[in-house]
Structure formats: C-alpha cells, structure tokens
Design a protein around this ligand. Sequence first.
Ligand SMILES: Cc1ncc(COP(=O)(O)O)c(C=O)c1O
Ligand SMILES: N[C@@H](CCCC[NH3+])C(=O)O
Length: 419
Amino acid sequence: MDFFNRRDGELYAEEVPVSRIVAQYDSPCYIYSRATLERHFRAYDQALGDLPHRICYAVKANGNLAVLNVLARLGAGFDIVSGGELERVIRAGGDPGNTVFSGVGKQRWELERALEAGVYCFNVESEAELELLNTVAGEQGRRAPVSLRVNPDVDAGTHPYISTGLRDNKFGIDINRARDVYGHAASLAHLDIIGVDCHIGSQLTETEPFLDALERVLVLVDSLAEDGITLHHLDMGGGLGVPYRDETPPSPQAYGEALRERLGARNLELILEPGRSIAANAGIMVTRVQSLKPGEARSFAIVDAAMNDLIRPSLYDAWQGIESVVDNSLAETAVYDVVGPVCETGDFLGKDRELAIQPGDLLAVRSAGAYGFVMSSNYNARNRPPEILVDGDHVYLARRRETLEEQMAPELPLPELDS
Ligand SMILES: Cc1ncc(COP(=O)(O)O)c(C=O)c1O
Ligand SMILES: N[C@@H](CCCC[NH3+])C(=O)O
C-alpha cells in the first residue's frame, strides 16, 4: 500500500489531502510519511529476523530531525559521514552507541567528537585514517572500535557517480591489501578491531553484486581468522535501489533473506546501512505551476521549485514521477518539460511529461524523500523549502521554510573597504 495515494482525483499524504498541507505551508515543500518510513524500516528488521543485526539508517539520505526521531523510536541505528550528522543523530534522540561512522575523509575533530560520544564503530577507509584514529584514541585514553571499509572491486551496475565499490573509486581499502592492513591495525595500541565493512554503490537493482561482494568479504573474514583476528560484525553498507519508474529492485525482505542465507551459521552480526530504500518513497516534493510556455520545439511548465530544491534530475539525469496533486478536468493534456526558475539550462525536474495542467496547479514530484532536501542549496539566493511530516491525520512542520534573513545571517557585516 502506498501512503501517498489518490482518492477522488486528489493526492493524499496518509489521511491528509496534499492540497490542504500546501494551503497551510505554501509551495515548494517536502512532505514525508511516517507510516512509510516505519514500514520500510520494519521490512529490513523483519527480514533479518533472529540473525543478530543492526539496521543503521544512512543519515545522508534524509537527515531531518523528525525523520531521525521516527527511526530512533523504532530502534534504528545510524550511519553517519560527518560530525554534523552525528550531532543531528544525538539531537534527534538517536543512540551514538548504535551508530557507525563512515566516510572517506574524516577530520581530526570529527574523530575526537565521535570517540567522546561513544560511536559503535568507525568504518575506516584508509591507512592514514587508521593512524590518526589510533593517535586520537591514545590522547583520550580510549580504545577506538574499528572495522575496515574494504573495496571489493565489484561492478554495482549503477550510475557512475554513485558507484563506490570499484577499484577506480576513491572509497575503501583494496580488498587485496586488506589482510595486511588488518595485521597492521591489530598492532596499534588504541584500536579494537571489531568488524569489516563494504558499500558498493547506491540504487542497485539486482542482488548479485551485493552477493558477489559478500562472498569476497567472507573470504577475507576467513583469512583473518587464520591470522587470529576474529570479527564480531560484517557491515554490507546501504545501496538497495527503489522503483523510481520501472525499476524492479529486490525488496528489503528479499535482499535481507538472500544475505541471511549466504551468511549461514557464521557467528557474525550483520549491519546494513540503508538510506534511499527507507526514505525515497516516503517523501514527495510539491511545487506550483507558475506559467506555461508552449513552443514549437518544446513546451515548458515553469514551476516554483528548481534544481536548488531537488538536484537529482539535473545532477544524474534522474527520472522521478511527476503528477498533478488535484486532477484538472478543465486543462488540456500536453507534453511539458517541467522546469524551475533557476538560470541554468540544466534546471529541470522532469522532461517530456504528459500533464493536464494550468497555472496555479500543484504538482507532486515522487520519490523525493531521499537525497532531496539534504542536497538542496541556496543557489540563486533561493530559500530552502520547508519539510513536513504527516502521521495519519496529523501534520507536523518538521522544518520551517528558510527566510532571506537566515540565508544572510552567517555573513559578516560589510567590511570597511578602501575607497
Ligand atoms: C557508506 C555508505 N553507507 C550507506 C549509504 C546509503 O546508501 P543508499 O542510500 O543507497 O542506501 C551510502 C551512500 O551511498 C554510503 O556511502
Ligand atoms: N545522492 C545520490 C546518492 C548518493 C549516495 C551517497 N553515497 C542520489 O541522489 O542518488
């Protein structure tokens, strides 16, 4: 069941007509469904069943505090990639002790803060990071729990910008060198080796690349055991895709069960770091048609949201569904490029979309709950949109619309310039 569903020609978010939310909070805005977030999280949790596991939601996909709070209440762990994300988890009531810290360029202050906060594990991506973490832990009189993020060199079959598990990618430690690096890590005084980690990419629509990676990582786990290094957990990262259009990725259930089967009776806790598959289809972005610009070659629907609000179409040529919030029987159907007001030709939300719309109508951009608001910016001095969480028939303002004043606030008073 889709918690964003149409009733009598109108789109609802759970029990609330989307048009009513926009009447209150204006457009553009993001709207999230609590029930969908919960259903997606539970699907993972149930698929892994009695296998010891942690579902560490990838905060980068959608770091809204209300979203994090919803997941924290379900017992989710978190996957963070920055000191900022750590503070968001803490502010939202998440447990640092159930949080893994990923990221290819962690800075000293971030390692210091995460150690103080007591994160569950550092997913270390390089030898330089290993040394720095050992030093910082020594300074604090603590031991840092680590896993190495290995790069298993498998082709995730996804967009090149979001593939991470190939040798050519900047991420992780080459799996062929990992045994040596573990050996070195074991010699460092202030580290506890507790696991191994990999993440091969995002928006994967097949199970095979994950299982290939798992197989390679398990070979490593076995050779480490021969070296006397026993791991407590195996972290397969995130990456499970979602249906944006006609993709048919495995469900979290099917994926979870496939992993579980391969792991068999091994005494390893399984960690997953899903982001998109929990948040993407738990959100929409709503925008209003400002004007229609029919043309010989192309016709444009100019809307009040732009690439600064939702950059995926511009950045990856990503396709996201666009539909009228309320059916308009007075409008004629035509094919439009749905574009924003930003001064870039690449500023579009969708191309060649058949829509029956008039100026003033609302459009919903689907699957916008992940990598939507979090990637928004102030480009063209536009205020970032509000985020709204719907829970049954309750509507919560989860983050208010930014103001021009807030946008300018961090800037210093004008300096006294010479002449
Ligand atoms: C280390 C790591 N974990 C988890 C994720 C979440 O990925 P996804 O949103 O595809 O599930 C990412 C992003 O690709 C990542 O880089
Ligand atoms: N931002 C990307 C995903 C990046 C995954 C982060 N490692 C997207 O929107 O598809």
